[in-house]
Design a protein around this ligand. Structure first.
Ligand SMILES: [Zn+2]
Length: 198
């Protein structure tokens, strides 16, 4: 009785293992088929479709064929995912060396991806620097600010040979007010920085 139960459990287990293996074979076959379909889509210029097929293939293949790295890397370049392209194409070149079937193209797209990635990095640095500059912008509580040069009077008084000379403030005019933009220029040292001559 116990022996019989054991045998039937063993049989069930064996069936499960066998079916998992069949399942695995089917999944691998589907994975390779998706990879080939993806490659065709990529060569036809349908990069989004190729990406979808390649990602399916990646999830279906437990061991990746080397050309998968080439296809996915190159397609990532076309989708402007340059870091991803660099990683996969590098993987391909490392795996297959210069004798790989796709070596020339892999190298070509790897160089292109590296160039594009470098340009983006440089652009990001410029944008960060620009942001740092604009981050220093003083946010005025009102649209206009009291002119710090004439102190809001609109008039500048200069001492001349024949006594005080009154002149309209060249920065704010008679209004004695600066726009926020002008005020920031002033803060940056770009406006009204007449230094006192000692
Ligand atoms: Zn002024």
């Amino acid at each position: 009785m116990i022996r019989k139960a054991f045998l039937s459990i063993s049989f069930v287990l064996l069936s499960i293992v066998a079916s998992a293996q069949t399942q695995g074979t089917i999944v691998t076959r589907d994975g390779l088929a998706n990879m080939d379909k993806g490659a065709r889509a990529m060569y036809d210029g349908n990069y989004e479709e190729a990406d979808e097929l390649f990602r399916q293939a990646l999830s279906q293949l437990s061991k990746l064929p080397s050309e998968m790295a080439y296809y996915f890397g190159r397609n990532s370049f076309h989708l402007q995912k340059y870091k991803q392209a660099i990683n996969w194409l590098t993987k391909y070149v490392e795996l297959k060396g210069t004798s790989g079937q796709y070596y020339d193209d892999a190298k070509l797209y790897l160089d292109r991806a590296n160039d594009a990635f470098k340009k983006i990095k440089e652009q990001q640095i410029i944008e960060t620097e620009h942001k740092l500059t604009t981050d220093g912008y003083y946010d005025c509580p009102k649209d206009v600010v009291l002119c710090p040069i004439c102190h809001g009077s609109g008039v500048m008084i200069k001492n001349g040979k024949f006594g005080a000379v009154y002149q309209t403030c060249p920065y704010s005019g008679l209004s004695g007010q600066l726009t926020c933009e002008q005020y920031n220029q002033y803060l940056m040292g770009e406006l009204g920085m007449e230094m006192r001559e000692e």
